[in-house]
Design a protein around this ligand. Structure first.
Ligand SMILES: *Cc1c(COP(=O)(O)O)cnc(C)c1O
Length: 210
């Protein structure tokens, strides 16, 4: 995986250090994750707060340099656990989550890096802010809730070419002064890197099939 990412960076004429590989360990237990930590990987992604809470505290205690990213949907009643456990949250997408996160960030005095999830394909079953609402939502995160937003995240529709979705995400980020882009998974991380991804979320290509 490391070689594939290095090659994609080279092809995109980008510095390897400008792309963070998030190893998505959802559904895999500690016995599958430990060898990946031992191999030197330090950034991991999970899509469910409860699952992460059950398996990660022990792993983090054994390797304090590990960073955890929440890449799946967040409910406001899980904001407390999410802020306590995660170093980054990629699924900020509605006012109730902003409010719950702002409250916990203040209470816990902890500042996870925050990404706003866009629903670039406008798929009804998918979480995320519609592209047309993105500018206003980003502004309200900042002004109304006092959140520091790091970047945007997207998950292109499975049945479409991802490139236009990555390009749109990059464009909305640029016009809002956001530098980080969480985009690209096992099947399309190289394309995402060509479109400026700073965080690629790779699961099955590292851990195998789920
Ligand atoms: C599962 C998941 C991934 C990783 O997907 P792979 O195809 O296994 O690389 C990336 N992003 C999100 C939001 C996910 O839920």
């Amino acid at each position: 995986m490391e070689q594939d990412i290095a090659r994609a960076c080279e092809e995109a004429r980008r510095d390897r250090a400008s792309v963070t590989l998030i190893a998505v360990s959802k559904t895999f237990d500690a016995s599958a994750i430990s060898p990946i930590i031992d191999a030197g990987q330090r950034v991991f992604g999970e899509n469910r707060v409860q699952e992460a809470k059950a398996k990660w505290p022990e792993l983090v205690a054994a390797c304090p340099g590990v960073a955890l990213h929440l890449i799946g949907p967040l409910q406001s009643n899980k904001a407390k656990d999410a802020v306590a456990l995660f170093d980054a949250i990629h699924s900020v997408d509605r006012p109730s989550i902003c409010e719950a996160l702002a409250k916990e960030i203040n209470l816990q005095n902890k500042r996870p890096e925050l990404f706003i999830q866009l629903n670039t394909g406008e798929e009804p079953q998918k979480a995320g802010v519609a592209p047309a609402d993105a500018d206003a939502f980003i502004a309200s995160c900042r002004e109304k809730y006092g959140l520091v937003i790091s970047g945007l995240m997207c998950i292109p529709p499975v049945d479409q070419a991802p490139a236009p979705h990555f390009a749109l995400t990059a464009k909305i980020a640029a016009r809002n002064g956001l530098t980080n882009l969480s985009m690209g998974m096992s099947a399309d991380f190289a394309i995402a890197i060509a479109f400026g991804a700073t965080h690629v979320r790779v699961g099955s290509a590292i851990f195998g099939h789920r």
